[in-house]
Design a protein around this ligand. Structure first.
Ligand code: AMP
Length: 279
């Protein structure tokens, strides 16, 4: 496994390699990340994983400095998966006085973007830089961050990036809590209790899937009731929305032949947790 820190060496190493699978991460790897790596290993000759806590996607009062890091363990895990190249960009990843930002004009301030104002701009910009440097054939993103997956897919379509952006299912703890590097901020007991998010999503899904509930009034009541249920376990519910998967716009009714998804973000024990479930 080759570990590369600078862009020039990376470009030299992958010159004219046209069969690259790419998995961008912020490190502190868990089974969710590794499921993307395994998928890439199966489908590509060369797999590149990046580990970069991207400052551009963190707000001023967010956890950029305290974001969990364990590079040694990450490298061990990636070695075991037979990853070909790990790209660990350094401070010079962004050019001095970087000024160019990619924005999705429709979603950037919705859902997670409502409280994390420049978050999605930072995500799109760093991923665009990675795509330009690495030129992967396929890039893998977890459905755990469904809004992120949607926005990256949209960017590649809108801007004609020649990369196939593939989603990968959310990997969960035994109790249903979606795996996340930020779960480290929770104690074991808090993690156990955090299963309430997935349980609430599953109950809401069951009700929404009941054909008698597909009208506007019932959907609205299910969402309100689920918010109340979530609120009984955590300090606040940032959002719970039903969206059309094709547009990520809020849906008020269920129509045949369309795919929907529930998106949620809560504040629980001072940790912001997100999850989602396909309907
Ligand atoms: P992160 O390191 O949090 O930026 O995540 C890197 C990639 O791993 C993103 O595409 C995430 O969506 C994906 N990922 C994170 N957690 C999970 C999970 N529990 N299941 C599947 N994919 C995940």
């Amino acid at each position: 496994m080759k570990i590369i820190h600078d862009k020039k060496s990376l470009i030299k190493k992958i010159q004219s390699n046209s069969n690259i699978g790419f998995v961008p991460t912020m490190g502190f790897l868990h089974d969710g990340h590794l499921s993307l790596v395994k998928q890439s290993k199966l489908e590509n000759e060369t797999t590149i994983v990046s580990i970069f806590v991207n400052p551009l996607q963190f707000g001023k009062n967010e956890d950029l400095d305290s974001y969990p890091r364990d590079h040694e363990k990450d490298l061990d895990l990636l070695k075991k998966e037979n990853v070909d190249i790990v790209f660990f960009p350094q401070d010079d990843f962004y050019h001095p006085h970087h000024q160019t930002i990619i924005q999705n004009s429709s979603i950037r301030h919705k859902y997670c973007g409502a409280t994390r104002k420049n978050h999605f701009d930072g995500v799109l910009t760093v991923v665009a830089k990675f795509f330009n440097l690495i030129r992967p054939k396929i890039a893998y993103f977890g459905e755990k961050d469904f809004q992120q997956f949607f926005l990256i897919k949209k960017m590649t379509t809108d801007l004609d990036f020649l990369v196939d952006v593939k989603p990968s299912a959310t990997i969960r703890e035994n109790n249903g809590l979606a795996m996340s590097s930020r779960n480290k901020y929770l104690s074991q007991q808090q993690r156990e209790k955090a299963s309430f998010i997935y349980q609430a999503l599953k109950r809401a899904k069951e009700k929404i899937n009941n054909k008698e509930n597909s009208n506007e009034q019932n959907i609205s009541k299910i969402i309100k009731d689920t918010i109340l249920e979530l609120k009984s376990y955590c300090s606040s519910v940032e959002y719970l929305v039903l969206v059309d998967e094709q547009t990520l716009m809020e849906a008020s009714i269920i129509e045949k032949n369309k795919n929907y998804r529930l998106l949620v973000a809560v504040q629980y024990c001072s940790v912001r947790l997100i999850d989602n479930l396909a309907i």
